[in-house]
Design a protein around this ligand. Structure first.
Ligand code: SAH
Length: 246
């Protein structure tokens, strides 16, 4: 019997050169690649001839296939192929549901490796010239789901803890930008508190809009996904550190 291995693999944020060597290796060897909507679909072009592609895409946290069906698709492919790559944007464990997929395979005795990827949470700000921490400006950062409406009564997000000057990165939050910016003002952040929206970061279509909690909604209108929101004083460092657009 042939041995099978599934690689739960991070594709990085978009720029194809931000793939890890390990991800690159398994992508070129894969018999099948099961992928989401990727910031850079060119990654699939490095697969070998005859590699099968299975799209199980999600957009903005909304699944076109429910997660349990995705788990089953991975499992079924593992029964048929020896090298299965499950490719996910950024890092598989940062809002990637890689843990659920790993647990599903574990239960069915399918071997897998995790290949971490460069998460958009830090690399997309970096390509916009925004460091998530900076001496004297921010001593910590958080990565928060923006998918959940801040008005949800049963929210698990500790909004009251966001009063400090730590940097907050919201993933999957563009459609909630208005609610997020009002919520942050409601908990006491000033209207002129710096924030930015970065769309399609690390790719040729990267667009960065900086503003304040008051005007960001208006300024970011029409920006395409994927996009993240970054809130914090570090945003102002972009004036000195912007490099990618140059
Ligand atoms: N596992 C991924 C995140 C999955 S959630 C990671 O580690 O990066 C998907 C969200 O990531 C998107 O809604 C968006 O907020 C963010 N994102 C991913 N790629 C991005 C990119 N190139 N530019 C801006 N935001 C991105």
């Amino acid at each position: 019997m042939q041995t099978t291995k599934v690689y739960l693999t991070g594709a990085g944020p978009g720029d194809i050169e931000l793939l890890t060597l390990k991800a690159h290796k398994v992508i070129t060897q894969a018999d099948v690649i099961i992928y989401d909507r990727l910031a850079n679909p060119e990654i699939l072009e490095i697969a070998k001839d005859g590699c099968e592609f299975v799209y199980v895409g999600k957009e903005d946290g909304r699944h076109t296939l429910p997660q349990d069906e995705i788990n089953e698709v991975i499992y079924q492919n593992a029964l048929k192929h020896s090298i299965v790559v499950r490719l996910k944007g950024g890092d598989p464990f940062v809002f990637g549901r890689g843990g659920e997929e790993g647990a599903y395979l574990h239960k069915r005795n399918i071997e897998y490796d995790i290949i971490p990827g460069i998460s958009s949470a830090i690399s997309v700000p970096a390509y916009a010239g925004i460091p998530v921490t900076h001496r004297g400006v921010a001593v910590s950062f958080r990565v928060v789901t923006g998918h959940e409406s801040p008005n949800k009564e049963t929210s698990q997000i500790p909004w009251e803890n966001f009063k400090t000057d730590e940097t907050i990165v919201f993933l999957m939050g563009l459609h909630n930008l208005k609610k997020i910016s009002s919520k942050l003002r409601e908990i006491g952040k000033p209207n002129d508190y710096p924030c930015a929206v970065i769309s399609r970061g690390t790719t040729k279509e990267q667009r960065v809009v900086t503003g304040t909690l008051l005007d960001i909604v208006e300024k970011a209108k029409g920006l395409p996904t994927p996009a993240l929101i970054i809130v914090g004083k570090v945003v102002t460092l972009r004036e000195q550190l912007q490099w990618f657009e140059r």
